[in-house]
Design a binder for this molecule. Structure first.
Ligand code: SF4
Ligand code: SF4
Length: 295
């Protein structure tokens, strides 16, 4: 139950994320960056666009959305929506000496299936799902891309997960340089010295050498695993946990909220203008090279 409540936001959004590439209205999709036909499909309408313009559009939307999420949700995203944190929650349940071989095996199968589903869904936003199934059967480029991405996710989870979050994740880097406070922070409070020094909170933390008892650490992804570990330590005592989270509203986390709102409006306007420019039909005629398949 605790697992479901800790991951409810991720699980609630996972289903629409997986379902979206399958939804069509008439002949076109609800949302598809259709690389096999050089067109953008939105809300059942299709718009011809060159391959490079399609790539630029995805990069632009990805960067703009990441900055807007970082400006509002900050690392709240890492703790609740990032698949890597969801993987960390599964791993915390199945790894460890106390768990049986069977539960470890089931955990590994679950992680494998989830990685494959996520990889398939990500690529299915760039080529229609039935075409992607064919690509997997015939092992063409898109099929290999799904396999490669799934293996990459599995390797990342088992080999460098916390290290990736702390040092390599571009979203974490955006959060670290923006002048905002985190929307959710975990803090250790023990005025009456109840800590048993069991080390549970440190052992379970996915980030290498992070000890929440030493104070705030900018690498914390706010997964809340330390809080659950401490709860277990005090399961038979009236103390609930020595680690608690402090939730702030989006605007509080945004610090000087007026500045954040202006930044969000400017980014949105810039993104809309760039999308209109990139999807302008005149661009097709001036880019014969990238649209060669259209002629
Ligand atoms: S300190 Fe706690 S909340 Fe932060 S990353 Fe480690 S386990 Fe997660
Ligand atoms: S899990 Fe709780 S009791 Fe154990 S070391 Fe961490 S803070 Fe102390």
């Amino acid at each position: 139950m605790r697992f479901l409540s800790d991951n409810k936001t991720f699980l609630a959004l996972l289903i629409p994320f997986i379902a979206l590439p399958w939804i069509t209205i008439g002949n076109y999709h609800l949302l598809l960056f259709n690389f096999s036909h050089d067109r953008l499909e939105v809300l059942g309408f299709a718009h011809e666009i060159g391959t490079y313009a399609l790539i630029a559009l995805i990069a632009l939307l990805g960067i703009s959305v990441a900055i807007i999420i970082a400006l509002t949700l900050s690392r709240f995203y890492c703790g609740t929506l990032c698949p890597n944190t969801f993987f960390a929650h599964i791993l915390s349940r199945v790894s460890g000496r106390k768990n049986s071989f069977l539960s470890k095996l089931l955990g590994f199968i679950l992680l494998g299936l989830l990685s494959f589903t996520l990889a398939f869904s990500v690529i299915a936003y760039g080529i229609s799902a039935p075409e992607l199934i064919n690509a997997l059967r015939q092992l063409t480029f898109a099929g290999w891309l799904v396999i490669f991405l799934s293996l990459l996710m599995i390797a990342e989870v088992f080999m460098v997960q916390g290290w990736y979050c702390a040092y390599l994740c571009p979203y974490g880097a955006i959060c670290a340089i923006l002048p905002i406070e985190d929307r959710l922070t975990y803090a250790f409070e023990d005025p009456e010295n109840h800590c048993t020094d069991c080390g549970g909170c440190v052992k379970i933390c996915p980030i290498p050498a992070l000890d929440i008892r030493e104070g705030f650490d900018i690498r914390c992804i706010q997964c809340g695993l330390c809080e659950s570990a401490c709860e277990k330590t005090f399961a038979k005592s009236p103390i609930t946990s020595l680690i608690h989270h402090d939730k702030r509203s989006v605007l509080q986390a945004g610090g000087k909220s007026r500045g954040i709102m202006i930044a969000i409006i400017l980014i949105t306007l810039l993104t809309i203008t760039s999308i209109i420019t990139l999807t302008d039909a005149k661009q097709l005629d001036s880019c014969r090279l990238e649209n060669i398949v259209l002629y």
